[in-house]
Design a protein around this ligand. Structure first.
Ligand SMILES: Cc1ncc(COP(=O)(O)O)c(C=O)c1O
Length: 427
């Protein structure tokens, strides 16, 4: 059955229920993707400047081929012996600090964060978890408590174990060496210890992508990591968005931020759209978890998923995609900085590698967020064939996070269009 756009919208509500979100005032119906390009049902071509799941490009031939080959050979689960999962974990952990030597594969980042929280409980014997107040880490009953904006009126009473600290904001509340953030976390640790909950872990995305990717300098997480360790807790780095070379300077953003996490969480780009997530930790931590909880995941780590994930690692390496992210990211930042000199509405330019964007404000002195304008800009860009989004506490930060093969020419098309859209929006 082929539906028109309005039928698709109506049938989504009829068949999927209310509050199923879509992007844009006029949702897009994509039917095809290739590299950094997408096509809608009318054959219109769009430049994808947003999607990080097709990390090595939409329908990447190496990944498609790996999936097809393994799917036409065998697909079972991890209760049977299989080389694929071992080869993959060995290669993945081989890119990390030696302490991160053991992994559990899942199907989503939410499941992986759920395991990470339970690992912290198994190791510390405590349940108190700290996160920032503008983040998102997933949707299980436990993990959804980490999103302050989500904290529901229901939730099995789990909310009592969670505490929040102000998300870092390099534009409005500079904290150039991270000691301010560390002090806030230390205060919450004390509060958890005093009320008898005890402190188990701090969970952060090392580059704070959901929070609006503040311009924290390299090494910024060191003070907070010290505070966490001093209190006997665990540092969980959720690299679901920041990992696999996104920031351009390192394969893993925690390296950029100067720390080695106790537990690392992976997802989204891991298998280019095939559903794969994972938790990586030291084998003693994994042992404590596996002794405390019986854990089996029917689909996690299946041979097809491992083949897809392995192909992503190979593609990142053979195509030098981390270096590409660095080069194109530098170019993007300089184009954005030039746009900021021209457009008063751009209050701040941020990013590293292929996560970059700008915060839009109505007044550079008060830094009042231009949230409505930001919304209009991303909708207009969509009509011009450029796909990106917005995020941050005030939803006024342009979020640009394209597939990793994004080129300088692609960036120029994006910024030439943005320049024109900003010029017209201000007339
Ligand atoms: C940082 C971060 N962690 C975890 C998740 C959850 O991943 P998933 O949707 O695969 O469960 C997300 C999803 O947006 C995320 O941004």
């Amino acid at each position: 059955m082929t539906r028109t756009t309005s039928q698709l919208i109506a049938d989504r509500t009829r068949l999927m229920g209310p509050n199923v979100s879509t992007f844009y005032d006029e949702p897009v119906h994509f039917v095809k993707g290739e590299g950094v390009w997408l096509w809608d049902a009318d054959g219109r071509k769009y430049l994808d400047c947003y999607n990080n799941v097709p990390h090595v490009g939409h329908c990447n031939p190496r990944v498609v081929d790996a999936i097809c080959r393994q799917a036409s050979t065998l697909n079972t689960h991890t209760r049977y012996l299989h080389d694929g999962i071992l080869d993959y974990i060995e290669r993945l952990t081989g890119t990390m600090d030696a302490s991160l030597d053991t992994a559990i594969l899942t199907c989503t980042g939410s499941e992986a964060n759920d395991i990470a929280l339970r690992m912290a409980e198994a190791v510390t014997g405590k349940r108190g978890i700290i996160a920032t107040d503008a983040t998102y880490h997933g949707n299980t009953s436990l993990v959804s408590q980490l999103s302050k904006s989500n904290v529901p009126t229901v939730g099995f009473g789990l909310g009592q174990y969670f505490r929040f600290v102000d998300a870092p904001d390099s534009y409005r509340r500079p904290d150039p060496d991270g000691t301010g953030f560390a002090a806030k976390v230390a205060a919450q640790i004390d509060s958890l210890e005093q009320d008898g909950t005890g402190f188990a872990a701090l969970v952060v995305c090392p580059y704070f992508l959901n929070e609006g990717f503040p311009d924290n300098p390299d090494g910024w997480l060191k003070p907070v990591a010290d505070a966490v360790r001093k209190a006997g807790g665990m540092l969980i780095c959720d690299e679901v968005q920041s990992g696999f070379g996104r920031t351009g300077t390192h394969l893993w953003a925690h390296e950029k931020m100067g720390v080695v996490p106790d537990i690392m969480v992976l997802g989204k780009p891991m298998a280019n759209g095939h559903p794969v997530g994972g938790v990586v930790a030291n084998r003693d931590i994994v042992k404590a978890f596996r002794s405390g909880y019986r854990y089996f995941n029917t689909f996690g780590g299946n041979p097809v998923s491992c083949a897809a994930a392995m192909a992503v690692l190979e593609e990142i390496e053979t195509q030098n995609l981390v270096a590409n992210a660095n080069t194109v990211g530098d170019h993007a930042r300089s184009r954005l900085t030039a746009l900021a000199a021209k457009h008063e509405v751009i209050g701040d330019v941020r990013g590293s590698g292929l996560i970059f964007g700008a915060e839009l404000v109505t007044d550079r002195t008060t830094k009042a967020p231009a949230s409505d304008l930001t919304d209009r800009i991303i909708n207009e860009m969509r009509h011009r064939g450029i796909i990106h989004s917005k995020l941050g506490r005030h939803k006024n930060t342009l979020k640009i996070r394209p597939p990793m093969p994004f080129s300088i020419e692609n960036a120029d098309l994006l910024f030439d269009t943005l320049d024109d859209v900003l010029t017209k929006a201000n007339k």
